[in-house]
Design a protein. Structure first.
Length: 448
């Protein structure tokens, strides 16, 4: 009899400083995103502490009073009368982490950790940990490790301070240079490891380019890339369009590795659809650089499907973030279709109709749909096929009886409009790309 072992629930608190130039809507949206990130990492955020300040506290990010308030809550300590209400919490909430909605310096993190008495994870560390857990391919794992090592390197000094004498300078022994400290040795190891990983990524990238070139030679250049905010429903849409079993999860960054599948049912020309890593506000620059290879599919695509969560009140901010990242990688000139997904999450039928009307008025060429509705998916598929068929030409192909073994090539590469036969062979009226038609004619002449 197998015994199911349940993972112990993890509880955390979130904290953020609102600067004067940040609006309430933007601030709340960013905090909601942090809570979603925490959920992906397995944490339940049980309380959020916010503070309005002109600037971050240089020593520990939050002000002294707010730090004391959090400490009281984390340890269920009534503290002073000022924090009496905040400090009360259920006893079974064992707070194991404080999540900060900004990237903070190593010294700020160390001081904050010392004062509140639990692990402190800033926004960057949370995202890095999610990427580390979700990366599957060799390339993605190498990219994540580079980003993590780059993040950890400047934090070694703070770790050494906490370690005490072990981090101090010592005489050269056991492979260390004269007077080289543990910290310096670790930094050297990190530099060497990053260099090693970068070489691996270069080799993998060369391999990926060869595979992509072969794919394009076989299938032409009909390729679609799904781009958009994380958790906008890209993987669900990918599965609906291609009939493939790709991972679908209601979590941020569930997909990190690029997946390529053919549009189903297959069309003429055959269209390849690829999923990409989702975008997010304040994605650390190290990660944008590290994951550029997963976004290269967007750069090489003939058409982008920009997937947006229609049910998210902050979708305009998501639009801006995606646009900014696409500009960063040079993909802003690629033709795109805006797909407002999850319309079924907006509300009842009336609310959905109102939302759709508003979206179509603001974005005339957009598609409003739900990836879970077969009719909506079929309409989007038709729009994709029409995009790739706009440059197709009609032509007549003659296939002699002696070359009938090539009949399948016509149906694979062309849309057959009409067909009739005589004593010499079969005539086909087809639609396809000019190059494909010429290629088939050459094959027929060689075979006859």
């Amino acid at each position: 009899m197998s015994i199911e072992i349940k993972e112990k629930p993890k509880f955390a608190v979130a904290a953020a400083v609102q600067l004067p130039n940040v609006s309430d809507i933007e601030f709340e949206s960013s905090l909601a995103e942090l809570r979603e990130l925490a959920k992906t990492l397995g944490y339940t955020v049980v309380n959020t502490f916010v503070q309005k300040r002109a600037s971050f506290d240089t020593t520990a990010y939050l002000g002294v009073g707010k730090r004391e308030e959090i400490r009281c809550y984390v340890h269920n300590d009534s503290g002073s009368d000022e924090f009496e209400e905040t400090a009360i919490r259920p006893d079974d909430y064992d707070i194991s982490a404080l999540l900060v909605d900004h990237e903070i310096s190593p010294s700020q993190a160390r001081n904050l950790e010392n004062e509140v008495g639990c692990e402190v994870m800033d926004r960057t560390m949370v995202i890095l940990e999610i990427f580390h857990r979700n990366a599957r391919s060799r390339a993605a794992r190498a990219q994540v490790e580079i980003a993590r090592l780059g993040y950890m390197a400047p934090r070694l000094r703070e770790a050494a301070k906490l370690a005490g004498p072990q981090g101090r300078q010592r005489s050269g022994t056991g492979g260390r240079g004269a007077g080289e400290s543990h910290t310096e040795l670790d930094r050297r190891k990190i530099r060497d490891r990053i260099a090693e990983l970068q070489q691996e990524i270069v080799a993998l990238e060369a391999e990926r380019k060869i595979q992509r070139a072969r794919r394009q030679e076989r299938q032409g250049l009909a390729s679609v890339a799904l781009v958009g905010y994380t958790n906008a429903g890209k993987s669900t849409l990918m599965r609906a369009l291609t009939g493939s079993e790709v991972l679908v999860a209601n979590k941020l960054f569930a997909t990190l590795d690029t997946t390529v599948r053919a549009l189903h049912p297959e069309s003429v020309p055959r269209v390849l659809v690829s999923d990409t890593v989702g975008f997010i506000k304040n994605l650390p620059h190290g990660l944008v650089a590290s994951f550029k290879s997963t976004l290269d599919e967007a750069l090489d695509a003939s058409l982008l499907l920009h997937v947006i969560d229609a049910s998210d009140p902050g979708f305009e901010r998501q639009l801006a973030v995606t646009q900014h990242v696409l500009e960063e990688i040079g993909a802003h000139d690629v033709p795109r279709i805006r797909v407002f997904n999850k319309i079924d999450h907006v509300g009842d039928a009336t609310a959905q109709t109102e939302c759709e009307t508003t979206l179509r008025a603001r974005y005339p060429d957009c598609v409003v749909m739900s990836a879970r509705r077969a009719d909506d998916v079929a309409r989007l598929r038709q729009k994709i096929v029409e995009f790739f068929q706009q440059n197709l030409v009609e032509a007549e192909l003659f296939l002699p009886w002696s070359a009938q073994q090539l009949r399948g090539a016509i149906y694979t590469n062309c849309q057959v409009l009409a067909e009739h036969s005589d004593n010499e062979g079969t005539f086909f009226r087809v639609r396809s790309e000019s190059a494909t038609i010429e290629n088939l004619r050459e094959q027929f002449s060689r075979a006859s």
